[in-house]
Structures are given as structure tokens and as C-alpha cells.
Design a binder for this molecule. Structure first.
Ligand code: ZN
Length: 278
């Protein structure tokens, strides 16, 4: 072997040795691995995160978030690819939850079995909300400690199977907080208003507030709206007032949390209600 060749071989060997030195990306998760839960992650800036058939947005600081639906499977895979291509795959074991059955009588019958004339309107409203929930904004308003939009007795919880006027319907995805009509509803965290509708068929006055990275709040049955689409809202700002429009039996706020099309439990984001409302 000539001197030059030996040096070349040494260089190649060093290059090969250098590869395993590429560090696996850091992955830290905070939050409950449970149905309906939201989990905040931290990884290396520049890393790519894949979960639930999508590339999850990672902030320039390496912050990301993921969520598990009401009926999440027992296992989901999280894949993180570091800036130098090194990959980590995490098997996430999702804790199942039990959901109650809740019977609610006395709602307007046309909100349980809508007449044919209402179907087109319902479809349009559903699509409006679905479209807003596709947004993937780089804002990280979700990093705030969420506050309760109103306080009061909790009359409906996340996930329960709903039976309206004796008819089984879709599960309940929000948390219902009883409050008198006209009570101000406050933004639980900052965000941008992506839906502001005075009167949706099932939900009456309806707002959607986007907190960034696909995490959004929905507020249903509002009597009045104080904001419009495109408005920037800070935590604690009044965004509307409590009402009883749509499929409802009395004044209350139905507050929901979405991670894109997945429905999460708002209670995973807030501390116990001040004054022990529940
Ligand atoms: Zn509700």
C-alpha cells in the first residue's frame, strides 16, 4: 500500500466512523398518553416529526404537539428525524378511557332529526368548520397555560355517548359549562378567529379560535359574538356571550378542543376550575 493510498483509506475510515456519531434527535414528551389527551413535544430545532399520517409542524425552537382522539387505538407511532437524518421511532401506548351515556330530553326535535330542507345548510356549516380545522399556523399560542372561558357547573363532559329525546346520536366532544345567558366568554388562550357564525344549525352562535400548530378551540351556543374572522385575540379577551341556540336545553357554553380533525378533551389543558365549579 502506498503512503497516499493509506492516507485515503484512513480518511474513508474516519468518515465512516463519524457517521454513528451523528446524535439521535432529542425527544421529550409532556402530557398524558391517553384518549382525548394533548401531548407537547420538544425536539432538536430542524428535526422532522411524523405522527398520525402527517408531518407535524415543529417550531424553530423544536416545539411540537400531537393529540389523541376519543377512540384512539392502543398504540400510535411517533417518528422523529434529526437534522442529520438520524431517526427515532417511539411506540406510544395510549391509555383507554371509559365514557358515560348521557340522556338529554327536551331539546328542540328538529335539532335531533333535522328536516330535509336543513341538510344542505348543515353540510355547508360542517364543511366550514372542517376547513378551518385544516389550518396549520406557525403561531405557538398553545404554549400558554389555558384558562376556563367561563366558570360554572359542569353539565356535560367529553366523550359521553349522547341520547337526545331518546335518540342515540354522536358522542359529545366538548365540555358543557352552565352559565346564565349573556355571561362573557373569554379566550382560554390567544389565537386567531377562523370561524364566526351567528347561528349554526346545531350549535347556534359558533366561534373557532386557532391557537397554532392545528390546535383550536370551538365555542358553541353563543348568544352574541364579539369578534370576527381574522381577528387576533389575547388570552382573557371577551369573544362572545353565553347563549342557548341550536341543540340545547338551556344557557351553557360548550367548549371544545381540536387537533386538526381530532377531538380532544379541554380538561387536559386547564387546571381544576376556580371555585370548584365541578
Ligand atoms: Zn355540549
Amino acid at each position: 500500500m502506498t503512503h497516499t493510498m493509506a492516507r485515503l483509506v484512513a480518511t474513508v475510515l474516519l468518515a465512516a466512523l463519524a457517521l454513528p456519531l451523528a446524535a439521535a434527535p432529542r425527544v421529550e414528551l409532556e402530557g398524558r398518553l391517553a384518549q382525548g389527551s394533548v401531548v407537547f413535544g420538544r425536539t432538536d430545532p430542524g428535526a422532522n416529526v411524523y405522527f398520525a399520517d402527517r408531518e407535524v409542524r415543529v417550531s424553530p425552537q423544536g416545539v411540537f404537539l400531537i393529540g389523541f382522539g376519543r377512540d384512539a387505538e392502543a398504540h400510535e407511532q411517533l417518528m422523529v428525524e434529526g437534522p442529520d437524518g438520524e431517526r427515532i421511532e417511539r411506540d406510544l401506548e395510549i391509555e383507554p378511557r371509559d365514557y358515560d351515556i348521557q340522556r338529554i330530553d327536551g331539546v328542540p326535535p328538529e335539532t335531533v332529526s333535522p328536516p330535509k330542507e336543513a341538510l344542505q345548510r348543515i353540510r355547508e356549516e360542517v364543511e366550514m368548520v372542517r376547513e378551518a380545522r385544516r389550518r396549520d399556523d406557525p403561531r405557538t399560542d398553545f404554549l400558554a397555560d389555558f384558562i376556563w372561558p367561563v366558570t360554572g357547573r359542569i353539565t356535560g363532559v367529553y366523550g359521553s355517548q349522547r341520547v337526545y329525546n331518546g335518540e342515540p346520536r354522536r358522542p359529545h366532544y366538548g365540555i358543557d359549562i352552565a352559565s346564565s345567558a349573556g355571561t362573557p366568554v373569554r379566550a382560554p388562550a390567544g389565537g386567531v378567529v377562523t370561524v364566526a357564525h351567528e347561528d349554526m344549525y346545531f350549535s347556534g352562535g359558533t366561534l373557532l379560535l386557532d391557537h397554532g400548530h392545528g390546535l383550536s378551540s370551538a365555542f358553541l351556543h353563543l348568544q352574541s359574538l364579539a369578534v370576527d374572522v381574522g381577528d387576533r385575540v389575547e388570552q382573557g379577551d371577551t369573544i362572545g356571550t353565553v347563549g342557548s341556540g341550536g341543540r340545547s336545553t338551556g344557557a351553557h357554553l360548550d367548549w371544545r378542543i381540536n387537533w386538526f380533525q381530532r377531538r380532544l378533551d379541554p380538561r387536559e389543558l386547564v387546571d381544576a376550575m376556580p371555585g370548584g365549579g365541578d
